[in-house]
Design a protein around this ligand. Sequence first.
Ligand SMILES: [Zn+2]
Ligand SMILES: [Zn+2]
Length: 387
Amino acid sequence: MTNTISRAVHEKTEDLIGLRRHLHAMPETAFQETATAELIAERMNALGLPTETAIGKTGVVAVLEGARPGPTLMIRADIDGLPVDEETGLEFASTNGAMHACGHDGHTSILITAAEILVGMKDQLAGKVMFLFQPAEEIISGAKAMIEDGVLDRYKPDRTIGLHIMNILPVGKISTNRGPVMSGGIRFSIAIEGPGGHAGWPNRTVDPVVIDSQIILALQTVVSRETSPMSSGVLTVGSFISDSTAGNVISKKVELQGTVRAFDPEQLDEMYAAIQRLAIGVGEAGRATITVTKQHRARPTVNNADVAEWFAGIAEQIVGEGAAEVEAMTGSEDMSEFLNRIPGAFFFVGGETEGTEFHHSTGFDFDEKSLPIGVELFVRATADYLS
Ligand SMILES: [Zn+2]
Ligand SMILES: [Zn+2]
């Protein structure tokens, strides 16, 4: 059967690449993926699969029932793009102001193609495959939205797998961990308000730019002074926006946005509490009004050790050396929401290619040779689990 699978994947590769390019040219950002969801539903309906749409706003689930009874495997792909202006110069580059700058176009096309192949193998399957297309991964909200909409209660998957193309991992490499894969994170914003005014009379104002700068420096101690040297964490303030655009006007309000990440959920909450304490303390000392807001929280992505071990064996059939353990990453993924509820594994598929930038950059791209590898992983894993 393994050769049959390889052949089926090979035959589909041209279509697969075409589908990825088609999706790449029509990116939609978090919870706006209506055209993408429509395309997915059409493809699933064309396969004759019962398909449910609008789960967690724009999520889609299709189910393939095997010839015999057995467990349910959920395969998840994320479908959203980013609010990034593409600068790759690719023939199929997006021109709509959004961009598939993380490879989710690849994930979506991989899962659609895997479904197409698995439909043809229906007679060999004992159990069900649940193809789950998740929106809004980039804002760590889509998985939760689908779960709140009851997707797991309705379909009751026994095991889950999902992948991410990684453009700093060489093609042919697959990696997965028997434990933590990615950190958890909390996105926060801090608004600092004070009556602004004339730049020449700062004493008649409360200057939020100066206070905000002090808060940013104070936050540098959250990792360096408040976190155990034996555990890791990272805090970044990525955005600092003042409502004054003039050099001679002291702004009324400054808002900064940042993210804090750690592998231990408890430590993550402690770090966020430290952010609140420092921001409010420094802000009040400077007479400003401070509002700290938790925008969203992602739990760490942790694989089930047994499922990861099983999956590494599947990977070995495809790329020889199997799935290596890698250093856990400080990116966040809401596959974590599913992994927290269902035993499963999340893994990376190498898609390194020269002359491109990292994920989330305007010049991001990946090697399309990673696509058929992803399909084969999903198909073989399914054939094995539902044998
Ligand atoms: Zn991303
Ligand atoms: Zn991503």
